[in-house]
Design a protein around this ligand. Structure first.
Ligand code: NAD
Length: 266
């Protein structure tokens, strides 16, 4: 394994849920972390928790859909911690509705956060990874996109989410090719359902839309296709991200890793 001790990581959407645990896990591996989130108070709270645990982290205000905010937040991270080595593009939301009543503004918001956000943060981080390392080679780096089992299959009520999560596979594979000779690796990590605020909000919404109980949403819709009826955890996802960041070569690049208790095997 390659150590990521002293490497600089930006994790978007890290004030909560999966991103927060990724920030902690990369910090435990010795990385310096920029917690980039639209919720600055939350980002700063996570950063100070990491610092209290002995790590190095800062909270950065960033709306990933806004190019100027992404560039400013990235610059702030670079000034405080150094050039970017790792980007985890994780910020995301969920809005469920059937296509025929899906509000166009909500569709655009979903694509903006999941796809524009991934593109803009990548574009801002890459110049640091492509920079000369002083020996005539690029510094290199790792970019991880937070996909989903919905990067590979569909569910009712989630048209823009499924569309965007499938789209991340294309962005990641393109980056793997463009970045290959410059030492940049790229992956999509694809979790099954994880109990975070994003999922807790969906349970009553899906129950209402599908006309079933909340317990049935959990048992049948969320966990019905797992091998053991168990939720994936934030720790499962964070450890996968750490493994990919520490992996020593581009033998693994352009891949998607499904972390889902067997829901959708490839
Ligand atoms: P969460 O709601 O716990 O956290 C999402 C974070 O993103 C929040 O801190 C929020 O403030 C931030 N955010 C929202 N909009 C933003 C914006 N425009 N700019 C910057 N930050 C923004 O959600 P989570 O479950 O931890 O989800 C994180 C990622 O994991 C998302 O991309 C989601 O699609 C993906 N995912 C989640 C699950 C799951 O079951 N929870 C499964 C598969 C994939």
């Amino acid at each position: 394994m390659t150590s990521i001790e002293g490497k600089v990581a930006i994790v978007t959407g890290a004030a909560s849920g999966i991103g927060k645990e990724i920030a902690f896990e990369l910090s435990r591996a010795g990385a310096l972390i920029a917690i980039a989130d639209i919720n600055l108070d939350g980002a700063q709270a996570v950063a100070s928790e990491i610092e209290q645990a002995g790590g190095r982290a800062i909270g950065v205000a960033m709306d990933v859909t806004d190019e100027a905010a992404v560039d400013a937040g990235t610059q702030q991270a670079v000034e405080a911690l150094g050039p970017i080595d790792i980007l985890v593009s994780n910020a995301g939301i969920q809005i469920v509705n059937p296509i025929e009543s899906y509000d166009f503004a909500a569709w655009k918001k979903m694509l903006a956060i999941h796809l524009d956000g991934a593109f803009l943060t990548t574009k801002a981080a890459l110049p640091h990874m492509y920079k000369d390392d002083g020996n005539g080679k690029s510094r290199g780096g790792t970019v991880i996109y937070m996909g989903s089992v919905h990067s590979h299959q569909a569910s009712k009520l989630k048209a823009p989410y499924v569309t965007a999560k499938h789209g991340l596979l294309g962005l990641s594979r393109t980056l793997a090719k463009e970045g290959g000779e410059r030492g940049v690796r790229s992956h999509v990590v694809c979790p099954g359902f994880v109990r975070t605020p994003l999922v807790d909000k969906q349970i009553p919404e899906q129950a209402k839309e599908l006309g079933i109980s909340e317990e049935e949403v959990i048992r049948n819709v969320m966990l019905g296709q797992t091998v053991d009826g168990i939720f994936t955890t934030v720790e499962d996802v964070a450890q996968t991200v750490r493994f990919l960041c520490e992996f020593p070569s581009a033998a693994l690049t352009g891949q998607s890793f499904i972390v889902s208790h067997g829901w959708h095997m490839q």
